[in-house]
Ligand binder design. Sequence first.
Ligand SMILES: Cc1ncc(C[n+]2csc(CCOP(=O)(O)OP(=O)(O)O)c2C)c(N)n1
Ligand SMILES: [Mg+2]
Length: 581
Amino acid sequence: MIVIGMIAHTNKKKMTNMGTDQTKKVADQVAEMIADAGVKHLYAITGDSLNDLTDALVRDGRVKFIHMRHEESGAFAASAEAQLTGRLAACAGSSGPGHVHLINGLYDAQRSNAPVLALASTCASAVFGTEYFQETNPTLLFSNCNVYNEMATTPTQVPHMLQAAMQEAIGRGGVGIVGLPADVIGQPAVDSYATTVPLYTERIPEPTDAEIDAAAALINQAASVAIFAGSGARDAAALVDTRSDKVKAPVGTTYKSQLFLMGKCRNYVGHMGYLGLWSAEDAIATADVVILIGMNFPYPGFFPTDKKIIQVDVRAERLGRKTKVDVGVRADAATFLSRLLPKVNAKSDTTFLDKALADYASIKDKFAEPVRQRGSRGAIRPEYMLSLLDELADDNAVFTVDTGMNNVWTSHYLTPKADRRMIGSFSHGSMANAMPMAIGAKFACPDRQVIAVCGDGGFSMLMGELLTIIQYNLPVKLLVADNRSLAFVKWEMEMAGLTPNETDLKNPDFGKMAQVIGFQAETVEDPATLEDAMKRWLAADGPALLSVVTDTDAASFSFSEKLMQAAKPGNPLINFGPLGS
Ligand SMILES: Cc1ncc(C[n+]2csc(CCOP(=O)(O)OP(=O)(O)O)c2C)c(N)n1
Ligand SMILES: [Mg+2]
């Protein structure tokens, strides 16, 4: 068995098995267990049935309660922390509306395979089913966004349910939910399970020789090979590089994985998808054999139907889910690529690879044009803004990105430098994720520069989190692309032949607004002043916001043909969203 993470849980006060300890409440036990499991922060808003837990956390002292302004933000923050650290992160909501607010962020965490524990307080079990004040059923509510979802109605159930929720969240990568009724949390704790419980990740099996041989045979017979790598290949960039070069394969990625592989693979030809680059799309559509590595890319139309496909994933359930597969291998990327290497013959013909690399180079050339133009007063080109950001941000910055046009610009202009990370709502596709994710990112990685790239629509949706940032004096950097529009949707409507409606935003001067709240902040309208303003913003010691008045109608020339077709009226794929992992 491969044990990737092991966290020992030890009860501090040894209790007799199944015995009660009058001095210790369920709330204390929960605080102790989550701290022992390595949780560092609980993103939440306290209230009613959560109050005992809040109190217990303070007394235990190891898990810091982070007081958010909206529970949805708490779930986004936990999702970001979990994605950046790989450790269990946690959030909580109080009875009824408090935990109902968690749901959008929890969907995001679940779809991002982020190990997140969500504690949902709820009304007393004695009044379940009586239409009690704030009565909800968290188990039903969260039924579609979890890897574990139970409600403890007795103190005896709490430790093993909590243990299982954390175990499943870590082991399967997703959201573990425990419902905690008001009458349970304050009762004496019951020790109902062993005192030391390791948290293991799931076993990753070694692929068989037959599987590797079958993949190698397809590759050896093929004149051209292409690799399509998702974030499952994140820790195998060097291997993707050497293997792709041995068989002269261009490497395309998902948007989510591009910073993991760009710059680290000499055969990188761009990211795939509706907002992707045709260099990658063509290579994957025309290669004789395509190797899909650790990707959960959502759009079936991009996979060839007349070519051979090898798919590698640690999750068996993902093999063959998005496309027909000729050889499916359950393995991690590094193991698969290492085992494959000796079995594939080196290819010498570089024609296919050279074309894909030339296509990619020509796209990169075109990307430079709007950057050179810079835009005009009140209509700064977002491409220029992102290109400056790429140049000026730290080499190990963490970027969080709102859903919308910012996905386009970040995908085109951010580069990995030494060790950058970019996270967003890449599979769930929610607006408003960037600022709360930046909060979680900063708590998780206090020594790294954390930059939220916000849309004005997304930013204003959870704008209360500006106050959380001030409350903790968190030195996050917020960049707001103020295009006075839900621009991505405006563009969708235009592409569908509709007259854009209900997409305009009447915004305040976000820079001035943030100054009043306590940010170092300014608004930039003139492209000539953007570079200096960005330098001041990035150099700020504390919370800083830069609002950039960008071109409402900026759209990318590089949108894929498939995106154009998908946007046509009547196409069932109209809800294309930008992303995929
Ligand atoms: C919570 C939520 N509501 C609605 C949508 C649909 N949607 C996707 S992008 C977008 C526009 C985002 O606007 P903004 O944040 O201003 O970004 P822009 O596209 O203008 O850069 C909308 C409404 C969504 N993805 N998530
Ligand atoms: Mg906008």
